[in-house]
Ligand binder design. Structure first.
Ligand SMILES: [Zn+2]
Length: 419
């Protein structure tokens, strides 16, 4: 099957031009852009996306948590096939994270409309506050859709500057009236840059994302005794720094021994009094554990706690707190298989993979068959102005999204439960 026969025609030059145009909203002088959720920059980006959705023939709707939708009715009644992502950013962000999935989704919707009325309705979503930089928690819009946080609670969330989500939505004109569950989709496919180095390193065109790994974040304080570094014999000191570094080293080594895909990171470590000639009396550090297999993540956490008990037995006081935890999310196997067969038909190399980062799709997965498509990120750089994906790779990912959505809107089930 040739690409022309199998696919929908995507306007690749327009896709790239729109990514550049959206990337210019909130741009700074150093190649980055900052569009924190519900800021004036977010408002301008939303206005732009809404105009493109209208141009593509979609009905533009906003729900009560500010999620922006473009909907194309289908011949059959029923929930839409949905794609989308987010257009808020971190500080000094790249141009592709989130925006790629939304802009490519608009291209696909436009291509589907030009082909004639689809059997099933199609929707493109831009979810509110995915990044969680201004308002915690992250994935806020999709979290409300999934029912993981009540709408009222989400609207009352406050930023560091005292602004509330509900007030800010009204201020920028995106406090919609629709229930956040109004467009609960029949299936959801999110297209995103990988934000990691695997596809780029292996020279593979697309990733079929089977799961989002779970994570557990811990903050640990170890209390020993500060003392003179010259006069206190090794056998008589309670060195909180040495205890923390020993434990951190063992955690990282253990993850390495467990092998891919587990990762363990000690990203912060502070010692008191933090002086060259004083035995540390106190050490505070964080541990970030991630694994797509819940059982392996639990095991890693159990080993951490065992290590903490060892430290206590050596005479230290230990305070440990789990500050965040997400279970792993597994995507729909039949939808993954559909994406994979689409890649084959389009003659794109593909591999199965897990997502190391969080995405709106993991929230939607609780409500409908869901999967993701990744395209390569040059050297895996993301959340950085240097974030880059080759134009040809961006076009290929959009073609695969179009191919997948075309099959999903045709009325068949493709072995996907509930479709
Ligand atoms: Zn993203």
């Amino acid at each position: 099957v040739t690409r022309r026969e199998a696919g929908l025609r995507i306007d690749a030059p327009r896709l790239l031009a729109r990514l550049a145009q959206l990337g210019a909203v909130g741009a700074d002088a150093h190649g980055g852009r900052t569009r924190l959720a519900l800021s004036a920059e977010d408002q301008a980006a939303r206005d732009l996306v809404a105009s493109w959705l209208r141009e593509a023939g979609a009905d533009v709707r906003v729900d009560a948590i500010g999620n922006l939708y473009g909907v194309l009715d289908g011949a059959q009644a029923g929930p839409p096939i949905m794609t989308g992502s987010h257009i808020d950013t971190v500080r000094r962000a790249g141009a592709y994270d989130g925006c790629y999935g939304v802009v490519a989704g608009i291209e696909v919707l436009d291509a589907l409309r030009r082909r004639g009325r689809p059997r099933r309705a199609v929707a493109v979503a831009a979810f509110t506050n995915e990044e969680g930089v201004r308002f915690a928690p992250d994935l806020l819009g999709s979290r409300v859709v999934a029912g993981h946080i009540p709408l009222e609670e989400a609207l009352a969330l406050e930023a560091d500057d005292g602004a509330r989500v509900g007030d800010e939505l009204r201020r920028i004109g995106y406090a919609g009236t629709l229930a956040p569950t109004a467009f609960l989709p029949a299936a959801f496919v999110e297209l995103h840059i990988e934000q990691g180095p695997v596809l780029d390193a292996e020279g593979v065109a697309v990733g079929v994302v089977e799961a989002v790994q779970g994570h557990a974040w811990w903050r640990i304080a170890i209390e020993g005794t500060a003392n003179h570094a010259g006069t206190t014999p090794m056998t008589l000191r309670r060195d909180a720094g040495a205890a923390a570094m020993g434990l951190a080293g063992r955690l990282v080594e253990r993850a390495r021994a467990d092998g891919v895909p587990q990762v363990a990171t000690v990203g912060t470590l502070s010692l008191e009094p933090n002086a060259i000639n004083v035995v540390p009396g106190r050490a505070v550090f964080t541990v970030d554990l991630r694994d797509p297999r819940d059982a392996m993540l639990e095991r890693a956490e159990a080993l951490l706690q065992e290590g903490l008990r060892d430290v206590e037995r050596q005479g230290f006081r230990v305070a440990a707190e789990r500050i965040s935890h997400h279970a792993a999310v597994t995507f729909d196997p039949a939808l993954c298989a559909l994406i994979e067969s689409g890649a084959r038909e389009l003659q794109l190399s593909s591999r199965r993979m897990n997502s190391g980062a969080s995405h709106d799709a993991q929230m939607l997965a609780a409500r409908c068959p869901t999967a993701m498509i990744f395209v390569p990120s040059l050297r895996g750089i993301s959340h950085n102005p240097k974030e880059h994906t080759e134009p040809a790779a961006l076009a290929q990912g959009a073609e695969l999204l179009a191919h997948t959505l075309l099959r999903l809107v045709d009325g068949g089930s493709h072995g996907i439960a509930g479709l």
